[in-house]
Design a protein around this ligand. Structure first.
Ligand code: C5P
Length: 215
């Protein structure tokens, strides 16, 4: 079975998706890491990420390989491990500009569907339930209040204030949900879970329960 998990930044998707995958013995796919890897590649080569035509013309050159082991996630671009550098503020600030480019999305869509083909996977992102796997038997849209999300992200990053994180996050969510191609949106048949008041274990438990009901 495929479990699709979408939602805004900082909603706790990654931790929850990994936890669900471990509990069920499933694989795990972090599609955000793939967009981040493309962004890292563009920045490394000095491509102006605001120039959609420039990004589009290079999209075919990027080679990404991603691990689907929830206990050993990681991503390589042209053979280089970029698991850490894709989390910098620079990449985070540029990723929405790259991910709005249709040529980038088209390439990653093919790759994501290939990886998900055999099922037994929890995939997280922004458009999994709507575009990548519209037939997934379980779709979860994970949300949390803006404050709860910014607090979590600021804690993860450690060096920036909650205010800065709040502003960065609001900007990214606005760009991700208003772009023309595959905007972030809750699928009609997705179950919405608000994690503001829930612990990670409770979120994982709720999703595992739903998966067992539907599996
Ligand atoms: O999940 P994460 O915050 O790592 O995602 C980084 C960015 O990648 C998002 O802000 C969004 O621009 C893009 N993304 C996307 N579609 C997905 C997953 C991520 O556009 N399925």
């Amino acid at each position: 079975m495929i479990i699709a998990m979408d939602g805004p930044s900082g909603s706790g998707k990654s931790s929850a998706a990994k936890g669900v995958a471990r509990t069920l013995g499933y694989r795990y796919l972090d599609t955000g890491a793939m967009y981040r890897a493309f962004t890292w590649w563009m920045l490394e080569r000095g491509v102006d990420v605001e120039d959609a035509a420039a990004v589009a013309s290079r999209a075919g050159q990027v080679i990404v390989e991603i691990s689907t082991d929830p206990d050993a996630p990681g991503i390589r671009v042209d053979g280089t491990d970029v698991s850490e550098p894709i989390r910098t503020r620079e990449v985070t600030g540029a990723v929405s500009a790259v991910s709005r480019v249709p040529e980038v999305r088209a390439r990653l869509l093919v790759l994501q569907r290939e990886i998900m083909e055999d099922g037994g996977i929890v995939a997280e992102g922004r458009d999994i339930g709507t575009v990548v796997a519209p037939d997934a038997p379980l779709k979860v849209f994970l949300t949390a209040s803006e404050e709860a999300r910014a607090l979590r992200r600021a804690k993860e990053i450690g060096t920036v204030s909650v205010e800065t994180t709040l502003a960065d996050q609001a900007r990214r969510d606005r760009l991700d949900s208003t772009r023309a191609t595959a905007p972030m949106t809750k699928a009609d048949d997705a179950v919405e879970i608000d994690s503001s008041e829930l612990g990670l274990d409770e979120v994982i438990e709720a999703i595992v329960r739903l998966a067992k009901e539907r599996g």
